[in-house]
Design a protein around this ligand. Structure first.
Ligand code: ADP
Ligand code: MG
Length: 718
């Protein structure tokens, strides 16, 4: 029947080589796919079209030149590649389950091959007596070597075919496997796909002069080679080109967005008046570090320009971001504008408020605190003063963006601690300023490398305080395993004897809040039993407590009446008690690196030597161990952030995850940082020279952007 024959599963190839739509063809029309496998590919791997299959890159390669003799295999060599002959194959039944056993011989020795799944299918596909390349993990049972579910590939008599080749390995799933779409099955599909692919199907969007300059191969070549490279050199060139594309188009888009941002009109704070000068001259309790001075200059330039400032201020914990924020607020005030400073938690907002009130004592600056727990007439008064302009600035939580909060003349909005606004929140805040949006300063204590920051926060300028105020002591950091908990108690006693105070922090993970609280309770009981009253006083604070109780316990500690504060991470971004010089973190392996660093930053602000004790389980994952090692090794927030990014991968950076446009597949903003930087420079060069890509040398690029406008929302090109 002719109609049936139209289905590719019956062997008819759907070729549309001449059509540029080749890559848009639905995947079931590829030779070897058909409706059933097509559905599976869609469901299991999100491969809908030929193009999706082309962009499904191998996740590793097997170098077929690097085989090992069976007799030379030792434990720790895994995985291995063996070239040998399949000399036996037979099924065994163990109850209802069938197993397949094979023996591979390479003259130096023999190794057993075992399959537990897909037994019949595999048995049929193998030939006893045939030569095979065999790849897999070796396990050892009673001195016998075996490989379970090896990847086998028949070697044809023409051995030239194999020599020097890298064989791709694709990720697959159980369900695909069952349909014959294991890595080898996928290789067959890629071959079918690529044998009909022409350069016409994959025109190069990157201008020739850029390709020449960076010695990049064509897009078409790169996408062929990445699947079937002849050698490492070829593969490297393909990977380089594909990574470049990923960075290039991402940067192009970000840069354009940044440029349009740059042109938003806002208030010009060009006056430096008495408020700033008096404070800077008389009140400032210390000299600014060089880094702080530089950043203040950068900010002044922004806010005096008549364009909106959108600046990210990065600085390690304790590097002195608050004072920079305050100086900016004073400039705004000198120019007749109000400011707001928004913090993610009540405790932090409180801390900021108290600290700022202290700094501003004896000045004319009026400030207030607004959080969810300030209610009634107090709240009314604050709102009225804000609206009438009595208040110079306001510190608060999310409460600040609520509708009843009306400013007299908002000109500057500052947010603290990796607190990125959602789009809607941002819009709300912007609308509180009239007629122009306020200047924006975002402060974060989890620094990331500059170029990466410009990627993640693509629409922000970046300032970095890369220097701590003088006289800071390194916090000595140690790991104590649970089984040696007694050491911790001894240490606590010694420090309390010296008059120090101590934080003990427990992790809080939302999904298992109950468990965590039990943990906290248990720990608290244990401490009480080891450090009895009245000699030792212990405060406890956690998220389930009433605000009043929290405050009470907190005050006990702040005033020095208790020597130990046991808490969940509520204190992470808050409290500043100079006499507290020891930070003990329970279940430290459960915290992320940046969180550990933040917590540690709470101590070491006084004159005493400070300590951080990381309590860790007796059994640790490799990554957990590595995090603790990094913590003991360095106090530098930038180094820690980089280690963090390396451990977790960039996919976990908040901004990267949120901005879905960052379609990075091969390129990694951390390990390919150099390339990210050079690509960024190229993008700037192109756009500086030809802002709207109108020159003929950029025609390919322009055409591509227009063609993919829908898909990528290229806003700037008509
Ligand atoms: P963070 O960047 O973590 O927000 P803070 O602004 O809270 O840091 O500053 C930490 C401490 O360092 C504060 O007690 C602050 O007064 C002090 N500090 C800030 N800048 C300096 C400086 N240049 N010299 C001395 N101390 C400073
Ligand atoms: Mg701070």
């Amino acid at each position: 029947m002719i109609i049936l024959d139209l289905f590719p599963s019956s062997g008819i190839t759907y070729i549309c080589k001449k059509m540029s739509r080749y890559l848009e063809t639905s995947i079931e029309y590829l030779k070897g796919v058909g409706p059933v496998k097509g559905d599976l590919l869609k469901k299991e791997k999100s491969i809908f079209t030929f193009e999706d299959l082309l962009f499904d890159f191998p996740f590793r390669y097997v170098d077929k030149t690097k085989t090992i003799k069976i007799s030379n295999i030792r434990s720790g060599f895994d995985p291995v590649l063996i070239k040998g002959q399949l000399i036996a194959l037979h099924k065994k039944s163990a109850g209802r389950r069938k197993r397949l056993h094979g023996i591979l011989d390479d003259e130096s020795g023999q190794i057993e091959l075992v399959w537990f799944q897909g037994v019949s299918f595999i048995e049929k596909s193998l030939h006893v007596g045939g030569s095979y390349m065999c790849y897999g993990k070796v396990s050892y049972h009673q001195g016998k070597k075996s490989i379970a579910h090896p990847e086998l590939e028949r070697i044809e008599s023409d051995s030239n075919q194999i020599r020097g080749q890298l064989s791709p390995v694709y990720s697959t799933t159980e369900k695909l496997n069952q349909r014959g779409l294991n890595s080898k099955g996928l290789i067959r599909l890629k071959k079918n796909l690529i044998s009909n692919l022409s350069s016409h199907d994959l025109p190069d969007p990157v201008p020739l002069y850029i390709l020449d300059r960076l010695k990049l191969i064509s897009k078409y070549d790169a996408h062929r080679i990445i699947h079937f490279p002849q050698n490492q050199k070829e593969l490297d060139a393909a990977i380089k080109r594909i990574k470049f594309d990923e960075f290039f188009f991402m940067q192009l888009r970000l840069w354009k967005r940044y440029q349009s941002r740059k042109n938003i009109i806002s208030y010009s704070f060009d006056k430096i008046g008495n408020l700033f000068n008096d404070f800077y001259g008389d009140k400032l309790p210390f000299e600014l570090t060089a880094a702080q001075k530089r950043v203040v200059k950068e900010i002044r330039k922004d806010i005096g320009s008549g364009r909106q400032m959108n600046r990210l201020l990065q600085g390690d914990v304790g590097s002195g971001k608050t004072i920079v924020a305050l100086l900016t607020i004073l400039i705004a005030a000198d120019n007749g504008f109000q400011s707001c400073l928004m913090a993610p938690t009540e405790i932090l907002a409180n801390q900021h408020y108290t600290g700022l009130v202290e700094l501003l004592e004896g000045t004319n600056i009026q400030l207030a605190l607004l959080t969810g727990s300030i209610k009634g007439s107090r709240r009314k008064k604050i709102l009225a003063d804000l609206k009438s302009g009595v208040l110079t600035f306001i510190v608060g939580t999310h409460a600040l963006i609520e509708d009843p909060v009306i400013f007299h003349r908002l000109g500057l909005a500052i947010t603290d601690e990796q607190h990125r606004f959602g789009v809607q929140q941002r819009a709300k805040l912007w609308k509180k300023a009239n007629p122009y949006p306020p200047h924006i300063l975002v402060m974060t204590a989890t620094p990331i490398p500059r170029t990466l920051a410009m990627t993640v926060y693509g629409d922000l300028d970046v300032s970095i305080i890369d220097e701590l105020p003088p006289g800071r002591k390194k916090v000595m950091t140690y790991v104590i395993r649970d089984r040696k908990r007694g050491q911790m108690i001894e240490f606590i006693k010694k420090e309390i004897e010296k008059g120090r105070q101590i934080y003990i922090v427990y992790p809080l993970i939302e999904e298992s809040e109950k468990l965590d609280l039990a943990n906290l309770d248990q720990g608290y009981e244990y401490l009480l039993s080891q450090l009895p009253r009245p000699q030792y006083q212990i405060s406890i604070v956690h998220g389930r407590m009433k605000a009043q109780d929290k405050e009470l316990e907190m005050n006990q500690f702040v005033s020095g009446r208790s020597q130990i504060l046991v808490a969940t991470t509520v204190i992470e971004v808050g409290v500043n008690v100079p006499n507290a010089s020891v930070m003990i973190i329970e279940n430290a392996e459960r915290f992320g690196l940046s969180q550990l660093h933040q917590l540690r930053g709470r101590v070491g602000r006084g004159n005493e030597q400070a300590y951080c004790i990381l309590m860790a389980g007796n059994k640790l994952s490799k990554e957990g161990k590595e995090r603790l090692r990094v913590m003991c090794e360095t106090n530098d927030g930038f180094k820690i952030a980089e280690a963090d990014l390396k451990l977790r991968g960039p996919g976990d950076i908040e901004g990267l995850r949120q901005s879905g446009e960052l379609a990075l597949n091969l390129a990694n903003p951390i390990s390919d940082q150099d390339m990210l930087e050079s690509t960024r420079n190229i993008v700037q060069m192109i756009l500086n020279d030809d802002e709207n890509l109108e020159k003929s040398i950029n025609k390919r690029l322009r055409n591509y952007l227009i063609k993919t406008k829908e898909k990528f929302r290229w806003s700037f090109i008509g």
